[in-house]
Design a protein around this ligand. Structure first.
Ligand SMILES: *[C@@H]1O[C@H](CO)[C@@H](O)[C@H](O)[C@H]1NC(C)=O
Ligand SMILES: *[C@@H]1O[C@H](CO)[C@@H](O)[C@H](O)[C@H]1NC(C)=O
Ligand SMILES: *[C@@H]1O[C@H](CO)[C@@H](O)[C@H](O)[C@H]1NC(C)=O
Ligand SMILES: *[C@@H]1O[C@H](CO)[C@@H](O)[C@H](O)[C@H]1NC(C)=O
Ligand SMILES: *[C@@H]1O[C@H](CO)[C@@H](O)[C@H](O)[C@H]1NC(C)=O
Ligand SMILES: *[C@@H]1O[C@H](CO)[C@@H](O)[C@H](O)[C@H]1NC(C)=O
Length: 441
């Protein structure tokens, strides 16, 4: 009897302690950003024995394997956030955004099927463990949040050009020259652009994951080297050279909005019911935001990998952010540490540390800063015209200056266009594919 009492007391105490522990940190807001699941290739290389017709639904489509991966991700989220998210789907609690690609839209839907299987009154069709849940997307041409790299930024193109002249880049390409030549020859390409190698790697990976036999030249060693080149080609888009400025011109948009929302959610507001943002996107989106935060592990984010942001209210009422990377469904998500902060990073520090990587005026920063490509003087320097503040009434001069300005800008635009055309012809069709397909998978 006595022992029973003591045991009961002990159990009660344990429950209380656990209850207190659970109250210590309270989850108040979650953002998950994932890459779509397994998909078919996005192109064939010139000597590819396979063609688009070899894939039931053609290029760039979510496969059944990909559907299973995303469904599993949804089940994982259900388990992780049981007790936080309502068991029944509640439209105020979750908001789902996707890029306007079949594979990301379908990935979002497959995950939602795993996250919100209806039960009880929510079953609308007997025997169907699924319910419709909205997934929002903007047309590709308007997408500025989830599709990287954004192409609309002249300064970014300059930075990429600079990147191609850095020691890191030149030494990487020199080290891998023989290998890149081999791939070029075997795959039937003329150029050494790393994006071709990336493209070939991607197509071969899709084929091997689908148990299609690969050409004899694709040995395990070749596949491994292809991975190395692909990872590097991905990283230079957002890092390696001037990481901070690249971030400000690219993923700073997404990081800025995520950070803004975390801050907003840390201000209690009774009408605020949103608990989870779900963002369905691409490998470049994940890599870009991880490079912005300096937590990138150097590897292309695998299918269905998921970047998690969790906002907590601490016992003393302060707020903190914990971030995780789920790149492997067989283990718990890896906690990530923002350099300069603890794993449970106080919100104010999280905001402070990410701020330099977010631009307040991206349009302005995107204006190319360098001199004309043919060596003309910089447009900001106009020695033959007085600054308007010195002689604001000197109309005739101002008109001439304006005309000269216009002529110069036109010349600069023409040069830039010429440059773009030149690059295009050199890199032929693949360069066009790069930002939309290869650079964003
Ligand atoms: C690219 O960068 C190199 C060196 O950094 C420079 O000489 C060249 O003019 C640049 N080209 C363009 C198109 O900006
Ligand atoms: C490769 O070079 C050959 C001849 O130099 C040319 O005819 C062909 O169009 C080029 N192919 C590509 C993909 O640029
Ligand atoms: C490829 O083969 C492996 C091993 O036999 C199998 O587990 C896997 O499901 C196959 N993948 C596809 C897409 O058929
Ligand atoms: C931020 O939250 C708002 C709702 O308050 C939502 O519309 C927006 O999509 C969110 N953005 C991100 C990147 O989570
Ligand atoms: C996942 O990420 C962790 C942490 O960056 C890394 O150690 C691990 O190798 C990655 N696993 C896979 C399968 O990419
Ligand atoms: C509140 O608690 C957190 C977590 O224990 C701690 O890091 C933080 O310094 C505390 N803040 C204050 C103002 O006491």
């Amino acid at each position: 009897m006595r022992i029973f009492h003591i045991t009961a007391l002990f159990v009660l105490t344990a429950v209380c302690v656990c209850g207190q522990a659970a109250e210590k940190r309270k989850l108040v807001y979650v953002t998950v950003l994932f890459r779509h699941g397994d998909r078919t290739p996005v192109f064939v290389y010139p000597t590819d024995p396979y063609k688009e017709e070899d894939w039931l639904q053609g290029f760039g489509q979510l496969s059944q394997e990909g559907m299973r991966q995303q469904y599993e991700l949804g089940q994982f989220l259900r388990k992780r956030y049981a007790g936080y998210l309502s068991k029944f789907y509640n439209r105020n609690e979750v908001l789902v955004l996707s890029t306007d690609y079949d594979r990301t839209l379908m990935s979002a839907q497959a995950s939602l099927a795993g996250l919100y299987p209806p039960s009880g009154w929510q079953v609308f069709m007997k025997g169907l463990r699924w319910q419709p849940i909205p997934v929002h997307a903007l047309p590709k041409s308007q997408e500025k949040l989830l599709l990287y790299p954004l192409k609309d930024c002249p300064r970014y193109h300059e930075l990429m050009n600079e990147t191609h002249h850095t020691e890191e880049f030149l030494s990487f390409t020199a080290t891998h020259k023989n290998f890149i030549d081999l791939v070029r020859n075997k795959a039937g390409f003329n150029t050494t652009d790393l994006n071709y190698v990336w493209g070939v790697q991607d197509t071969l990976l899709c084929q091997s994951l689908h148990n299609m036999s690969l050409p004899a030249w694709v040995t395990p060693d070749v596949m491994e080297k292809l991975n190395t080149v692909k990872d590097f080609a991905l990283e230079i888009l957002f890092g390696v050279h001037k990481r901070q400025e690249k971030s400000r011109l690219q993923t700073g948009i997404l990081l800025g909005e995520i950070v803004k929302n975390l801050s907003k959610m840390a201000v209690p507001e009774p009408s605020q019911k949103l608990k989870m943002m779900m963002l369905s996107s691409h490998d470049t989106t994940l890599a870009a935001i991880q490079i912005s935060m300096n937590v990138f592990n150097g590897k292309q984010p695998p299918y269905s990998s998921c970047q998690i942001f969790e906002l907590y209210r601490e016992a003393n009422g302060s707020y903190s952010v914990s971030i995780f990377y789920r790149n492997d469904s067989t283990v718990e998500p890896y906690p990530q540490q923002l350099p300069g902060c603890s794993v449970n990073c106080p919100l104010d520090d999280f905001v402070k540390l990410t701020k330099p990587f977010i631009s307040d005026d991206r349009d302005k920063e995107c204006q190319a800063a360098s001199k004309d490509t043919d060596g003309h003087e910089p447009l900001t320097h106009k020695p033959d015209c007085p600054p308007s503040s010195v002689n604001p009434d000197h109309q005739s001069c101002r008109v001439i200056c304006l005309q000269k300005d216009q002529i110069r800008s036109q010349r600069k635009r023409d040069l830039r266009n010429q440059e773009v055309r030149k690059t295009k012809s050199v890199n032929s069709f693949l360069r066009d594919l790069q930002p939309l397909h290869l650079g964003m998978q």
